[in-house]
Design a protein around this ligand. Structure first.
Ligand code: GLC
Length: 597
């Protein structure tokens, strides 16, 4: 045990000196690939989310859970295989779809929680080899297709849950627990030998994707069993990646290759360690005939871009039907993403997070990649500005060249640049559907000015408790409530100051508005805003109440924007804007934001 820990520690130390991130050599291809396909396909695909006329017993619509949710008997469950059309099923079609969609790897449910293997397993008789004639081995077929089309193959393997094996974990065992010894019997006679088969018979495996979404300390699986499994992978295929849903966190075992976020959970902070969001196009993973709330191509593409802008990957799922068909809505969206990536792939593959605050710009997300001596930035414009001007704030360097990624000629876009502010003139029509990408090239690695508030698309500065200049984490922001009718704010009981740093590129008079909620007498508190040597004082007024929804007894304290007057910014340059909120003794003011334009 001891040597395992010290080995992990050494690896951790080695990782900390890497670039993007703490990506180890093994995971390099993964961090470059950024976009992959998940395939949920198995016996459950024949049920299509229904059993004997009844819909799946769970609102999450996870059709691959029908065995467990609808309390189906193990043998009867396999009657669903009668619905499979083996002449039509061709895994190569899934791989071709992945390739056309710009995905670089494919991860299939070799064995999902139902315990049924999609290959011919010698150590179990609950697998395709035993139930097809002639025997089919979907893992082999998929492995061959991946090899042919140059994609990496990943295998999802449900290690913790296995509903068919008498000692595999099944949540009902929370009522009638099995012993650790019994569980280990399942582990040694099914998990370990099956993993050996999968890692021996199918050539190079890019990753094993485990699916235990809680830590091992809360589950029957022991850390020793997990390490045994991981060591087997390291022994048989030293280049194969292992995800954190093995049940060990990166903190506990830095030798895990990448972190898996929750289902459909997108990234929200930059991470230096490789990570990935597993995502669906609607809700279910396995095919579900009544699951039809499809996310749009634009939503999916922006999710991919969001993740890459924070150093993450996006693995998007298909749930083929029992005849192998991929639902049209999924295909269509994936192919549209592929077309976009065909033009704009340079901003995604091998690209990484740029050091500016992820929320600095209101028009979209930035990714970057190093060039020989400098850096290329990719500005993903989610919302083409009405003004046809794109403001880029926070970079202390003059771009070398600016052009549209979609423009093969790289015709230069006009821009002006001073200090930390660059203004780019956009063509009136955006070239791509969904999102267009502007490339900004720098000769050398540009320096960053931290802590700024950017000029937004309207040309103003939105000054909030969340984007103050320093010590952002120390401010107690109250979350929005009641569907956002009570917005984010800071409750202020005693005098409190907020400081923001802005860069003014257009000197002159700027007006100031402050939004807050106050329920006591007018004039019993004050707000003062100072910048550029001037200040404005405002006597706090009662903001009254508002109604959240008709006839539902829903009355909320109003947040109201108050004009304070104007401040004069004589020159271009950096300014600190200070806002002081001073409530009267025993009273509170709920500060929301200030607006400067
Ligand atoms: C969950 C579900 C499962 C699905 C997976 C995908 O853990 O149990 O059905 O395969 O997430 O991320």
């Amino acid at each position: 045990m001891k040597h395992v820990l010290s080995f992990s520690f050494l690896i951790f130390m080695a990782l900390s000196v890497f670039g993007q991130s703490q990506t180890n050599e093994r995971a390099k291809w993964f961090a470059d690939a950024r976009f992959g396909m998940f395939i949920h396909w198995g016996v459950y695909s024949g049920a299509e989310g229904h059993w004997k006329g009844e819909k799946l017993r769970n609102d999450n619509d996870y059709a691959e859970w029908i065995f467990y949710r609808n309390r189906i008997e193990k043998d009867e469950y396999l009657t669903l295989l009668d619905r499979f059309d083996w002449d039509e099923i061709d895994p190569e079609e899934w791989v071709i779809l992945a390739k056309k969609s710009g995905m670089k790897y494919v991860t299939i449910t070799a064995k999902h929680h139902d315990g049924f293997g999609l290959w011919n397993s010698k150590v179990s008789n609950y697998d395709l080899g035993d139930y097809t004639n002639p025997g089919r081995d979907i893992i082999k077929e998929l492995a061959d297709a991946c090899k042919k089309h140059g994609l990496k193959l990943g295998l999802y393997y449900s290690h913790w849950l296995d509903w068919e094996h008498p000692f595999g974990w099944d949540h009902t065992m929370e009522l009638n627990p099995i012993s650790q010894e019994e569980y280990d019997k399942y582990w040694q006679e099914k998990v370990i030998p099956q993993m050996r088969e999968l890692l021996t018979n199918y050539g190079e495996i890019g990753m094993i994707w485990f699916d235990m979404w809680i830590d091992h300390s809360q589950a029957i699986v022991s850390k020793e069993e997990l390490l045994q499994l991981k060591n087997l992978i390291r022994e048989l295929q030293p280049n194969c990646l292992v995800n954190s849903r093995l049940g060990l966190t990166i903190e506990e075992d830095p030798d895990i290759d990448f972190k898996t976020l929750g289902d459909n959970q997108l990234g929200d902070k930059k991470e230096d360690f490789p990570w990935q969001s597993p995502a669906t196009v609607a809700h279910s993973w396995g095919f579900h005939s009544s699951d039809s709330q499809w996310k749009s191509t634009s939503t999916l593409l922006k999710s991919l871009i969001n993740n890459v802008s924070l150093n993450g990957n996006f693995m998007l799922n298909i749930g083929p039907r029992a005849n192998g068909d991929v639902p049209f809505e999924i295909q269509q969206r994936m192919l549209e993403m592929g077309e976009w990536l065909n033009v704009n792939g340079e901003s995604i593959y091998g690209a990484e997070a740029f050091d500016l605050d992820k929320d600095l710009h209101d028009w979209g997300k930035i990714t970057c990649r190093k060039t020989e001596n400098g850096e290329k930035l990719f500005l993903h414009v989610f919302n083409w500005p009405l003004s046809k001007k794109l403001y880029l704030t926070g970079i202390k360097a003059k771009p070398e060249k600016v052009y549209l990624l979609a423009d093969k000629q790289k015709s230069p876009l006009h821009f002006s640049s001073e200090n930390v502010f660059t203004e780019i003139e956009l063509p009136s029509l955006q070239p791509d559907p969904y999102v267009s990408v502007i490339v900004v090239e720098y000769k050398t690695k540009p320096e960053i000015e931290d802590g700024l508030v950017a000029k937004n698309q309207e040309g103003g500065f939105s000054l909030t408790p969340g984007n103050v200049y320093e010590n952002r984490d120390e401010i107690q922001i109250e979350k929005k409530e009641r569907g956002g009718t009570i917005p984010e704010h800071v409750t202020i009981f005693k005098p409190q100051k907020f400081l923001w740093k802005i860069y003014v590129d257009e000197p002159g008079k700027k007006s100031v508005d402050v939004s807050y909620s106050f329920q006591n007498k007018n004039g019993s508190g004050m707000i003062k805003v100072s910048a550029a040597g001037g200040s404005l004082v405002h006597e706090v007024e009662n903001t009254g109440k508002t109604v959240g929804e008709a006839n539902s007894n829903w009355v909320i304290d109003n947040y109201k924007s108050n004009p304070l007057g104007a401040l004069y910014f004589a020159d271009k340059g950096f300014y600190i804007v200070e806002l002081e909120v001073v409530p009267a003794e025993g009273e509170s003011i709920l500060f929301q934001w200030a607006w400067l334009k």
